[in-house]
Ligand binder design. Structure first.
Ligand code: NAD
Length: 324
């Protein structure tokens, strides 16, 4: 019997279907919230949330497949997995709508200062309407025009916003099909009233938004990050907010998670924090869980799982008799 280690708190939490699916296909399941090098010995597969899976842990494991319960692979040592011929699968598009809706929700919170006015009234009984702005005819700049970025663009256009996007890997023509103007990063930062991040964290995007980039933004502009924490220099952001260099920010992802108790992000003006809830909807979790479970089942039935994040392993799998 093949053994699967589940290292993600949401797997099977709201529906038993993904657990039933694996069990009815003959898999034995075990659960852990953390990972260490020795824990992975004896497991054939892992279904992994955002806990870090190091190269050392992969190397000393008996894993044949790593199934991410999500789309980012920044917590997996892809290089080592690829060297060992282990496919790393992602649950492509399962949480796209949920994250896009959260980004739009955060834009609304910021534009009307909804968190502040709620706290004033609810906690302090202070009936003091504050002034906000309309989204209509404002400019949204999207950095990273992939699956989520496109869904955010569609929703923003419905609200009557102008949408700019910056993505070195997506053509002007594709952006044009979405009625989005292609711009470079500097142009986007200078022209946008809202800047929303939807790109992966990797070596070239780490600290992409730092002091210099924040200084390019309008004083009235807002920054929204529902992608990955390391993309923003958090110290520079706190400085910019304290100096009113930008009007506000909303973050769903952080350099260190869970957010440490001594984080400088607490007690910072005009900053909204959410605890990495982008994909936390019943719909997204169900889709992610079922797709991750199916990847594991497909793999052990010698079928190529869908959405392999390290396609370099595919040839090797085909040579081993896997079918497409
Ligand atoms: P995607 O791969 O479809 O899109 C990412 C886009 O970013 C791609 O089009 C890519 O070309 C672009 N990109 C890469 N480097 C860039 C750069 N330097 N500048 C501008 N664009 C760049 O991924 P997606 O499904 O749209 O997800 C985007 C990110 O959102 C993920 O990488 C993940 O980190 C994050 N995410 C967060 C949550 C959450 O819970 N908050 C949930 C899902 C995904």
């Amino acid at each position: 019997m093949k053994a699967v280690l589940i290292v993600t708190r949401t797997f099977g939490k709201y529906s038993s279907e993904p657990i039933d699916l694996l069990k009815s296909n003959g898999f034995h399941l075990e659960y852990s919230e953390t990972l260490d090098v020795d824990l992975l010995k004896g497991f054939d597969a892992i279904i992994l949330g955002t806990v870090k899976l190091s190269g050392d842990a992969i190397q000393s494991s008996s894993l044949k497949i790593i199934a991410r319960n999500g789309v980012g692979v920044d917590n997996v040592d892809l290089r080592v997995a690829t060297q060992m011929g282990i496919p790393v699968t992602i649950t492509l598009n399962a949480n796209t709508i949920s994250v896009a809706e959260l980004a739009i929700g955060l834009i609304f919170l910021l534009s009307r200062k909804l968190v502040n006015v709620h706290n004033d009234l609810y906690q302090r009984k202070k009936f003091s309407p504050s002034i906000g702005i309309e989204l209509f005819k404002k400019t949204l700049g999207i950095i990273g025009f992939g699956a989520i970025g496109k869904e955010v663009a569609k929703r923003a256009l419905c609200l009557g916003m102008e949408v700019l996007a910056c993505d070195p890997y997506i053509s002007k023509e594709v952006m044009g099909q979405y009625s989005v103007e292609q711009v470079d990063l500097e142009n986007l930062l200078k022209r946008s009233d809202f800047v929303s991040l939807h790109l992966p964290l990797n070596q070239s995007t780490r600290r992409l938004i730092g002091e210099r980039e924040l200084a390019m933004m309008k004083k009235t502009a807002f920054l929204i990050n529902t992608s990955r924490g390391g993309i923003i220099d958090e110290t520079a952001l706190v400085e910019a907010l304290k100096k009113n260099q930008i009007a506000g920010a909303a973050l769903d992802a952080f350099e260190f998670e869970p957010l440490p108790e001594n984080s400088i992000l607490y007690d910072c003006p005009n900053l909204i924090l959410t605890p990495h809830i982008g994909a936390h909807t019943y719909e997204a979790i169900y889709k992610m869980n079922m797709m991750a479970a199916q990847s594991v089942i497909d793999f052990f039935n010698k079928r190529l799982p869908k959405h392999i994040a390290n396609p370099e392993v595919i040839d090797r799998l085909l040579q081993q008799g896997f079918s497409q």
